[in-house]
Design a protein around this ligand. Structure first.
Ligand code: K7E
Ligand code: CUA
Length: 657
């Protein structure tokens, strides 16, 4: 019996490989016949709006892109962790502080998981959070303006991947170290030790970032955990509200060739954190304060200017001293995603090389904790018995299961990276009920509200890692592809392919009305308290202060005031403080000077933005508006006369003289 089974397995693997190769080669052979039907389902007529806002992670672009669903139209890109010349984010003096960190000014980031704020476990459209995976940070984006309002750095972490997942009332946002690092016992400082001493010295932290009613973020506490890699997280809800779940891999604690050395153990762990209990400990002053220098950058809405503050210390809780804050759930095998179903009862993991999808039961987990049904302990963290907490295992889930989302009808949908498909299965029975091919290698997937208490289970978006032949080729680099799938019926139906910018690690979507009704159309000039604002043209001026020259400039259709400036010298540093006097929706003005070394400005109505320019050559230098704002946009220009460093040309300026 045994050898025969072995033989079948050996025979089976190459067939799977050949099948997937075939699928790579001729995708267009599939899904024909329903094109007209699919087209109708995604057609949003000119002037009509999409049903959902979709927010797609920009991955290594560092940004967050906004798409309409179901049309797949790219609506906007929100700059978050990377400089963006389109609107001078990270270039203008007002926005530069947003990118400050303990490593200095970091102009780039690797964004991963957007997550909408929630009220009572349902996305509420106030904010969307997104984590940065390289220089550990979390951003909060204001969805009334689609702008980044705050970025907090996560101390005592290296990489921040299991982030930024919210608790059901946005009490907390999660963060965790992806890479463990050597931490000294006293202050968790990163230490200078041989890498080979990984097991003795390396540790990780799980962080809980508190969010107040205005959205302000603060690192409330960190939990010290063994030196594994921490990968993804999701909060509990309903009965499991108060808990958060984090996957880990590399329980082998390898530090080299992880592809082999971190794949040895049959099971790794999901860390189940009782955050409510941990928060009580933290509030009671338990644990200890350690060094944990980090930046919090935020927009002061009074002046539309971002500011940085530095926080020196952070509270750390040690599970070997504080009982009941964390348990390990054994989970096969190097799990990646961890997802909690809408009822809050089931915890699903995607074990990359695993042959099944394990589904843990929260109820059984609670019982196992009560009965102390432990199979061991690691650094003071009890390890629960796998069989005692298991709800079931999904058999034949496709190869390389990664992430799962849910609809509102008791179904789960899991991406299979290697076999390039999405597998739909029944949460109660854990039986596979449908599968659909995706092109190719899906990572995350997204159903609007699909990780919340109330999914809007009409569409699913597959976020694919490989694009290959899906669109017209664009040289060696291709945008990643997203595929929209109709999940409203029994069988999934592929509707649409659309490219996304950067790497879409995860996405969120919300019914458009929830966000649309809160949109700010322009900033009120009377509320502009920027110290360098001008409220009218007669307040515009040019002021020399040593080598610095400040130009207080206004824009309105279709001129700058002033538009002729003299008395600037080579070696000066010129600050252009540009206020847009318009009070109308969608009338920004731009500003650019020949040879500037940063970016143009794009100034929203009622707003003041500042950009610097250091003239290096003598002559008369033009500046102009970069946004085609009106019929006389091409006339919207001016000149700066630049004189030699030692000249005695006095400052003078004007418009219409
Ligand atoms: Cu791409 Cu969530 Cu960063 Cu999985 S992660 S695929
Ligand atoms: Cu203002 Cu173009």
């Amino acid at each position: 019996m045994k050898p025969a089974k072995y033989k079948t397995l050996l025979w089976g693997l190459p067939v799977v490989v050949i099948l997937s190769l075939l699928m790579y080669g001729c995708p267009s052979q599939q899904q024909l016949g329903s094109t007209a039907d699919a087209a109708q389902k995604v057609y949003v007529a000119p002037g009509e709006y999409d049903e959902f806002y979709g927010f797609m992670s920009g991955g290594y672009s560092g940004q967050l892109s906004v798409y309409g669903i179901p049309s797949g139209r790219h609506l906007y890109t929100i700059p978050v962790f990377s400089q963006e010349a389109t609107n001078a984010y990270g270039y203008s003096e007002e926005s530069k502080p947003m990118l400050n960190t303990t490593h200095g000014f970091v102009p780039w980031g690797d964004s991963h998981h957007p997550e909408l704020s929630q009220t009572d476990g349902v996305p509420d459209g106030r904010w969307i959070f997104i984590n940065e995976n390289n220089t550990p940070r979390i951003a909060r984006i204001n969805l009334s303006t689609f702008t980044t309002d705050e970025i907090i750095e996560i101390p005592n972490s290296a990489g921040n991947h299991a982030s930024s997942f919210v608790t059901p009332n946005t009490e907390y946002v999660s963060a965790a170290t992806r890479f463990s690092i050597p931490m000294d016992d006293e202050n968790l400082n990163n230490e200078d030790v041989p890498i080979s001493e990984y097991k003795e010295h390396f540790k990780g932290t799980l962080s809980f970032i508190k969010v107040n009613d205005e959205g302000k973020m603060e690192v409330d506490f960190q939990i010290l955990v063994p030196g594994f890699n921490y990968d993804l997280s999701h909060s509990g809800k309903g009965p499991s509200d108060g808990w958060a779940f984090f996957t880990s891999y590399n329980s082998e604690q390898a530090h080299t060739l992880l592809e082999v050395n971190a794949s040895k153990n049959d099971k790794d762990f999901i860390a189940a954190v009782n955050w409510r209990k941990a928060a009580e400990y933290a509030a009671a002053g338990e644990g200890r304060m350690v060094k944990g220098k980090h930046y919090r950058n935020y927009v002061d809405h009074n002046t539309h200017t971002s500011k940085s503050e530095v926080i020196e210390e952070v509270r750390v809780l040690d599970p070997s001293e504080l009982e009941g804050i964390i348990y390990f759930l054994p989970t096969p095998k190097s799990p990646h995603g961890v997802d909690v179903d809408p009822s809050g009862q089931y915890i699903v993991a995607g074990g990359k090389p695993s042959t099944v999808i394990p589904v843990h039961s929260f109820e059984k987990m609670e019982q196992a904790i009560e009965n102390e049904d432990f199979e061991g302990e690691i650094d003071g963290i009890p390890v629960l018995n796998y069989d005692s907490i298991l709800h079931g295992e999904v058999e034949n889930p496709g190869l390389g299961p990664l992430h799962t989302e849910f609809d509102d009808r008791g179904n789960a949908y899991t991406t299979a990276f290697i076999s390039s498909e999405i597998v739909k299965w029944d949460l109660e029975t854990t039986q596979v009920v449908d599968r659909i091919a995706t092109y190719y290698s899906p990572g995350h997937l997204m159903i609007p509200g699909g990780d919340s208490r109330k999914p809007w289970g009409k569409y699913l978006v597959s976020l694919n890692k490989i694009t290959k032949d899906r669109y017209l080729p664009t040289g060696p680099e291709l945008f990643h592809s997203a595929q929209l799938i109709d999940i409203s019926g029994e069988k999934m139906q592929l509707l649409l392919d659309f490219p996304t910018e950067g790497e879409p690690h995860y996405a969120q979507a919300i019914p458009a009305d929830i966000v649309r009704q809160n949109q700010v159309k322009f900033y009120k000039l009377e509320d502009n308290n920027h110290p360098d604002a001008v409220k009218a043209e007669d307040e515009t001026r040019v002021v020399r202060d040593g080598n610095e020259v400040h130009v207080y400039m206004s824009t309105i259709r279709t001129h700058f005031a002033p538009d002729n400036i003299e008395g600037i010298k080579v070696g000066d540093k010129v600050y252009f403080h540009v206020t847009n006097l318009e009070q109308d929706w969608d009338i920004p003005h731009g500003f650019a000077v020949k040879g500037m070394n940063n970016s143009e400005l794009l100034v929203m109505p009622g707003e003041t933005r500042t950009i610097t320019w250091e003239p290096k050559q003598v002559g008369v230098i033009p500046f102009y508006c970069t946004d085609f704002c009106s019929a006389l946009h091409q006339e919207m220009q001016g000149y700066v006369r630049v004189s030699p460093r030692n000249s005695n040309v006095e400052i003078s300026y004007g418009t219409g003289q």
